[in-house]
Design a protein around this ligand. Structure first.
Ligand SMILES: N[C@@H](CCC(=O)N[C@@H](CS)C(=O)NCC(=O)O)C(=O)O
Length: 212
């Protein structure tokens, strides 16, 4: 399989974590967002949306990290990234959606470029924008962790789940935008637990061949 991605992209990062947890090796194809390579014709032929990641399985070209991660879960069910029961699955998907639907999309590169170019936002303003939406989502995520009477070492129980797959890249991005993580001790503890696992270490931005 060929994985089109960029080391610092958090949606690429989440897919790398899921692939590693499932033990699936891929060929790394770097798409350099710093020079807008995602908008060039060769990559647009892979993903007409001009967004990473994309996964070429040899049989299908797949886009949209949530769809690919759900596909991985169905196709390679072990180890499971979703709980066995419907209530648990709804909980894990809700945690993942806080990041995937409500934090990441409004802090994405093209949104920030529009704020800079069309609305004249300074880098301080950009950091404040990202900090606002990260804090909003992390406050809720932390509250949900705090209310979990069965809380384990990870976002849901004692094994990494789809929620962690989404959360950890967002923590990485929060640090990049100079957000103080001390405000969320439970999220920070989950980040630490994940950071001890090879699947997360190997997926980290700085461990990728295009890091720089
Ligand atoms: N919903 C998409 C979002 C993908 C996405 O936004 N990717 C970002 C990197 S994290 C990207 O390619 N940005 C390029 C740009 O904004 O021009 C997914 O989860 O795959």
């Amino acid at each position: 399989m060929k994985l089109y991605n960029f080391f610092r992209s958090s949606t690429s990062h989440r897919l790398r974590i899921a692939l590693n947890l499932k033990g699936i090796a891929t060929d790394y194809v770097a798409v350099d967002l710093r020079v807008d390579e995602q908008l060039n014709a060769p990559f647009k032929a892979v993903n007409p949306q001009g967004l990473v990641p994309a996964l070429d399985t040899g049989e299908q070209l797949m886009i949209q990290s949530p769809a690919i991660i759900e596909w991985l879960e169905e196709k390679y069910p072990t180890p499971a990234l979703l709980p066995a029961d419907a209530d648990g699955r709804a909980r894990v998907r809700a945690l993942a959606a806080i990041v995937g639907c409500d934090i990441h999309p409004i802090n994405n590169r093209r949104i920030l470029q529009t704020l800079r170019k069309q609305f004249g936002a300074s880098e301080d303003a950009i950091n404040a924008w990202c900090g606002t939406w990260i804090s909003d989502g992390f406050d809720a995520y932390e509250a949900l962790l705090a209310a979990d009477t069965q809380r384990g070492r990870f976002s849901y129980g004692d094994a990494p789940s789809m929620a962690d797959v989404y959360l950890i890249p967002q923590v990485e991005s929060a640090l990049r935008f100079k957000v103080d993580m001390n405000r969320w001790p439970l999220i920070s503890a989950v980040d630490k637990a994940c950071g001890e696992l090879a699947a997360f270490q190997k997926a980290a931005p700085l461990a990728q061949p295009d890091a720089g």
